[in-house]
Design a protein around this ligand. Structure first.
Ligand SMILES: Nc1ncnc2c1ncn2[C@@H]1O[C@H](COP(=O)(O)OP(=O)(O)OP(=O)(O)O)[C@@H](O)[C@H]1O
Ligand SMILES: [Mg+2]
Length: 410
């Protein structure tokens, strides 16, 4: 197989690093050919706190994905999630340059570049520019203006910024693990690619990624990502609460949570038959799932309480028309949907579908979604790159992002 006939995504999560190799298909789907996982040792609340450990985790996951897929992996699309990301709106305006007034790719490119002229604090930089709509001579709502006639081209774009240190540390870890960064993909966009339907994104929907160290809330409307907010609470906090509450080790608490955890006390079994060790004592006690749930439910409630506050800040005291969709590891916990329904109108809450070509777990939504997102952004890229000489290829969106990023992504 040619080098470019596969896509690799890298998710450096707070609990786990995941590398997924996928083969793009002409129908827009991606078939998964390799998967590499390793526990994530160097992150806290989505932020890298130990470079060496993070590099090791990435290298391990890459080696596993290489073994499984039989491919040598030297670059990957890297997911972005976290407290350090922000969205801004800006407009770029240019005059159409050709004599015949036909809008070309170059004009679109110049309009997008014009949106970069924006005052940013020194510790922030632009990581992506996502066009929302184009406006040609005052006519708005245009998604692709190339080939249209006009004099004045405007673009209304969403600018994604990140704290400089967050991004540089992430890219540094990826590079030190032996990979180039092919591109950066917001997890919100990656998740939406497979968790949301086009209708939901059009009508308005909240997507909540319940991760290990963070919970990310994104609002989609009129087909586009509109708002993004991240809170520093996730599944790791549930485990911590459980470890403290039961006076047991973090490791035991995590295992208990995964095997017996239930988000709603009233739904959990009352029969005491789970053995648990207490720190500092040889004694083992028997407890029930209900006792475990008593330490879980308050934290899950807190997560949805904050999610609701964020939803209100985003302008939706009630949910948007297509409701709320849950993804991320914590969404696999029994009872989670019932707790969400205490805070939001019941019928409007659902779990994301989690069957991606055989991988069935919501912890993979972002990494698999990244493959789909990359494929959809440039459906012809992978086929075209094989047949066209390099100098005849148009710079795709990823090349453009790399150009913007200058010295960060080499
Ligand atoms: N079946 C399950 N029941 C309960 N919790 C689960 C289950 N599966 C995974 N989790 C929890 O989900 C969390 C991990 O979720 P996920 O893999 O989405 O996070 P991450 O991507 O590593 O972190 P983040 O996105 O915050 O950086 C962990 O706290 C884990 O214990
Ligand atoms: Mg995650």
């Amino acid at each position: 197989m040619s080098r470019r006939n596969f896509i690799v995504s890298l998710d450096v999560g707070t609990t786990q690093v995941r590398v997924i190799v996928g083969e793009p298909r002409p129908d827009g789907t991606v078939s998964i050919t390799g998967l590499g996982l390793s526990p994530s040792e160097g992150l806290k609340k989505g932020i890298i706190i130990d470079l060496e450990k993070t590099v090791d985790s990435i290298a391990q996951a890459v080696a596993e994905a290489e073994r499984m897929s039989g491919q040598t992996i030297d670059s990957a699309y890297v997911g972005l999630k976290g407290l350090d990301l922000e969205l801004l709106n800006n407009r770029g305006i240019v005059a159409v340059s050709s004599e015949d007034r036909e809008i070309r790719e170059e004009d679109v490119e110049r309009a997008l570049q014009a949106t970069r002229v924006i005052a940013l604090p020194q510790d922030r930089e632009i990581v992506d520019i996502i066009p929302r709509e184009f406006i040609v001579d005052g006519y708005d709502g245009i998604t692709d203006p190339v080939g249209m006639l006009g004099v004045r081209l405007e673009v209304d774009a969403m600018i994604v910024t990140s704290r400089v240190s967050f991004l540089r540390n992430l890219v540094r870890c990826v590079n030190r693990a032996g990979l180039d960064v092919s591109g950066l993909v917001l997890h919100a966009l990656a998740n939406a690619e497979i968790a949301l339907s086009a209708d939901e994104k059009e009508l308005g929907v909240l997507l909540v990624d319940l991760g290990g160290g963070t919970t990310e809330i994104s609002l989609f409307q009129q087909g586009k990502l509109r708002q993004l907010s991240t809170i520093p609470v996730g599944g790791d906090h549930i485990t911590n609460d459980l470890a403290l509450g039961l006076r047991t080790s973090y490791y035991t608490a995590e295992t208990l949570k995964l095997e017996h955890g239930c988000a709603l006390v009233s739904q959990a079994d009352v029969e005491a038959r789970i053995e648990v060790s207490t720190v500092g004592s040889r004694e083992r006690r028997l407890i029930s799932e209900r006792e475990i749930a008593r330490f879980i439910e308050p934290r899950v409630q807190e997560i949805f309480q904050i999610t609701r506050e964020e939803s209100i800040k985003m302008g939706w005291p009630e949910l948007p028309p297509a409701g709320l969709v849950l993804c991320g590891g914590v969404s696999a916990m029994p009872g989670i949907i019932d707790v969400a329904r205490l805070y939001f109108n019941g019928d409007q809450v659902r779990l994301a579908e989690v069957d991606y070509a055989g991988i069935q777990n919501p912890i993979y939504t972002a990494a698999v979604g990244t493959l789909y997102y990359v494929h959809r952004q440039n459906p012809r890229q992978f086929a075209a790159e094989r047949s066209k000489p390099a100098h005849k290829q148009k710079p795709g969106i990823w090349q453009r992002i790399k150009d913007w990023m200058g010295d960060i992504i080499e």
